[in-house]
Unconditional design. Structure first.
Lengths: 502, 314
């Protein structure tokens, strides 16, 4: 039996009270392309970080070609031939291809002068060995993205990489370029390199991988040959059996498809060139509509257009029967729309400002007396929201950055509840939030719905979707392919639709 | 020396500026008792009033992560325009308004280009520095324009009121007004919000571009006020006032006051501390007859040292 190129046994990583990875076994054989899949927070990135040496596991061992290695040391892993190609480029865009490939290790002549003739010859030889063709003298920044990926791969190969970890390698590539990258991967595979391919795009997993490892909740829950699995089975593995239990429990909650029956938001034929097209749906007062789909199905982009943060170039939006075309979030807010963005650190909170300042940020005019801030009203508003939402600790002067993820999310939700929105849009409202805070956020959403708000939730988390939705809409590659009453769709169907196998 | 003792250093770091100021005041007072005379102390405030008024407006701009390098030429052009208006027989208030409008126009232009076209503030205001200086030279020529027979105008820079120079009153007024704006109005909160996270401020429904434009306008008007004070103080207007280095003193004051050049955290009140610190340094070294070349080197070294100290808290 051949020795695995890399093999991790019993790997675990604990951060404080959070178990990011538990008892994970993982290996890659020479010439194998192994897919690594799982939803956000499943533990994929922790596993990858252990394999690149970026973090040391709290338990377990890693062997490279049968030899146990020192853990938590990136230079050791590079020396052993384990390289990682990240989603975002790590190249120097203003330098040539060959300079990038041999960055810091260029062959030198007398007085340390770089021997450019040899550098070019080395680069050409390396490319010939791996069946790639790029002009060694071209400037990296001028190359198309897929060629830049190849330069990154070459750079890894120049270090004699035997194992290549690729994290969402096709994030920025067009369909034709994806095919080209997959061709390169097959060439590498033929020369005995082992590849770990991490992607949310199931099409790609099925196109290029030989085997796959499925992770969920910090554990490796399945290993499969690609030939013996199907897309629905894979999605089911990714989301888990717990879903079945939770959806059964949620079925006891009264669902209110179409709420009061009054249409709050009517979207008709909405499109944005190259992003999404022909999206139509109605959102009613008193209902929660969940929009689900794979990452990259353009749900966030759709919500940003509805909220006036971006512009559509086709179709129409009506609020309470009146046509609207918001040019800014401020206009959408004036019409009664609130938007809790997905990335709370980048788009949601002012981390350095106090919780109070964050809570009043979208409702400043209400805490003013003429043109001045009324500190009494400010304090009263903050106090009321803190107690309504049970934000912990209730220290209103504390900077937002010092709160836990779940409480930061509650601050963000509270900021928008204070607007008293008729329509509340939440993008992935519980990402990186612990189980307790999740349940609290769901309760807040239900309370808002019962008070007559129309709620639109974007979520990739099927567990969440079946828990809170009154109706479920599915987006695939920028199109809304179906809308169902939450009670009327069975899980298998939903999973199939999300995967695009309608 | 506190920096060498980590725990003590960390505790004192937020107060590094007041402490350093205190130390320097004590040092100057010991080596030259005249330093502490009331006349000298008032003189210091009078000397820093011009830089101070500009630094107050600059604080908000820097808090949003921006910068305004064009304040020097705006100071010059504002004085020149005020002089031409008064010379042509305009009433005092019209002359002042004409001077201030220079700052408003340049500030709004800076703001619009930065906020709408999203060019880097350092480039936009550097280009504006050059253009405004050129405009001042076209209008004012290379000559010094004597301000004669304008008692009221001259009083702005050299008159006294309640025993204090009017320029000091003006400095105090601008400062108190802007401290009030920062502490008690939505604009103050919005400046901090934009500096912390401009994307989030926009997604919270704020008109971030309009606000940024307004802040550059405020900064420009601050420079124009400084120009009027300057020209009335020396009884002349010239296109060459506000020479290279003016903007550096203003920016150094703001940064010494603890406002980060990356934006976010900042305070007008602390900027005033920074202004006073530089003023005391200049005055003390003058009293001690330190040659100007040494003064420049010492000033640079002290700015770098104070910043290193305040960074040490992280």
């Amino acid at each position: 039996m051949t020795t695995p190129l890399i093999e991790g046994r019993g790997l675990g990583r604990i951060y404080g009270t959070l178990t990011a990875l538990a008892d994970a076994d993982f290996r890659v054989m020479p010439g194998e392309v192994r897919g690594l899949v799982g939803s956000n927070g499943a533990g994929k990135s922790t596993l990858i970080k252990i394999l690149t040496g970026a973090v040391a596991p709290t338990s377990g061992t890693v062997s490279v070609m049968g030899e146990e290695v020192r853990l938590g040391d990136p230079s050791e892993m590079i020396r052993r031939g384990v390289a990682c190609i990240y989603q975002h480029s790590n190249l120097a865009p203003a330098m040539s291809v060959m300079d990038n490939v041999y960055l810091g290790r260029q062959p030198t002549g007398r007085f340390g002068r770089v021997n450019r003739t040899r550098l070019e010859a080395d680069t050409r030889a390396l490319m010939a060995r791996h069946g790639m063709e790029i002009d060694p003298l071209a400037t990296v920044g001028n190359l198309p993205t897929v060629k830049q990926k190849e330069v990154e791969i070459l750079k890894a190969l120049a270090l004699d990489a035997r194992v290549l970890l690729m994290d969402e390698p096709t994030g920025w590539l067009s369909a034709a370029d994806v095919t080209r990258l997959h061709r390169t991967i097959r060439t590498l595979k033929a020369s005995g390199v082992g590849i770990v391919y991490i992607s949310h795009m199931l099409d790609e997993i099925f196109a290029v991988c030989d085997t796959l490892t499925v992770m969920r909740d910090g554990r490796v829950i399945a290993e499969r040959d690609i030939a013996e699995t199907t897309r629905p089975k894979l999605v089911e593995l990714m989301v888990g059996e717990k879903l079945a239990r939770d959806s059964a429990a949620a079925a006891h909650e009264a669902r209110r498809p179409r709420g009061t029956g009054e249409v709050r938001l009517a979207v008709d034929g909405l499109g944005k060139t190259g992003v999404f097209r022909d999206v139509s749906f109605d959102l009613h007062a008193g209902e929660i509509l969940c929009v689900t789909g794979l990452i990259g199905s353009k749900r966030t982009e759709l919500m940003r257009v509805i909220f006036g943060a971006d512009r559509a170039d086709a179709g129409s939006v009506e609020v309470d029967g009146r046509a609207v075309a918001f040019r800014s979030p401020g206009e959408a807010m004036a019409a009664g729309i609130g938007f809790v963005p997905e990335d709370r650190h980048r788009d949601g909170l002012m981390l350095g400002l106090s919780m109070t300042d964050n809570l009043i940020m979208s409702t400043i005019p209400r805490v003013c007396r003429s043109v001045f801030l009324d500190r009494t009203k400010v304090a009263a508003t903050a106090k009321r929201l803190v107690s309504d939402l049970a934000i912990q600790p209730p220290d209103t002067d504390k900077a937002a950055r010092l709160f836990s993820g779940g409480n930061q999310q509650k601050i963000l939700v509270g900021k928008w509840l204070n607007l008293g929105p008729k329509i509340l849009i939440l993008d992935e409202p519980t990402v990186g939030v612990d189980v307790g805070a999740k349940a609290e956020i769901y309760a807040i959403l239900r309370a808002q719905r019962d008070a007559g708000a129309a709620i639109l939730v974007v979520s990739s988390d099927l567990e969440e979707v079946v828990t809170v939705a009154d109706r479920i809409a599915v987006m695939v590659s920028g199109r809304m392919v179906a809308i169902h009453d939450a009670d009327a769709i069975d899980r298998t169907r939903l999973i199939e639709e999300i995967g695009g196998a309608a | 020396m506190t920096a060498l003792v980590p725990t003590l250093g960390r505790r004192l770091a937020p107060h590094a500026l007041p402490l350093a100021m205190f130390a320097i005041v004590v040092a100057f007072a010991i080596s030259e008792p005249a330093f502490l005379k009331p006349d000298n102390l008032i003189g210091i405030v009078r000397q820093v009033a011009i830089t101070g008024i500009m630094a107050v407006g600059m604080t908000f701009v820097i808090m949003t992560g921006g910068i305004d390098l064009s304040v020097g030429p705006v100071l010059a052009l504002s004085g020149v325009i005020a002089w031409f208006s008064l010379d042509a027989g305009a009433p005092l208030l019209v002359g002042i308004a004409a001077g201030l409008s220079v700052g408003l126009v340049v500030g709004v232009l800076n703001g619009l280009i930065i906020a709408r076209i999203e060019l880097p503030p350092i480039i936009v205001t550097l280009a504006m520095l050059s253009m405004v200086r050129g405009a001042a030279l076209i209008i004012g020529g290379p000559d010094l324009h004597q301000i004669r027979g304008q008692e009221a105008y001259a009083a702005i820079g050299s008159g006294n009121f309640l025993g204090l120079p009017i320029s000091v009153h003006l400095f105090a007024l601008v400062t108190l007004l802007m401290i009030f704006v920062q502490k008690a109005t939505p604009l103050g909160l919005l400046v901090a919000a934009i500096g912390e996270n401009e994307r989030a401020a926009r997604l919270s429904g704020h008109r971030t571009r309009l606000t940024k434009t307004a802040l550059y306008a405020i900064c420009g008007v601050g420079a124009a006020i400084a120009g009027i004070v300057q020209s009335s103080q020396v009884h002349t207007a010239s296109a060459t006032y506000g020479e290279f280095g003016t903007e550096l003193d203003v920016i150094a004051s703001v940064v010494l006051g603890g406002t980060s050049l990356m934006g976010g955290n900042g305070s007008i009140a602390r900027t005033i501390l920074g202004v006073m610190f530089l003023g005391i340094m200049n005055n003390g070294m003058n009293i001690l007859n330190v040659p100007i070349d040494i003064q420049l080197i010492a000033k640079g070294a002290i700015i770098a040292l104070s910043l290193a100290l305040s960074e040490a808290k992280g």
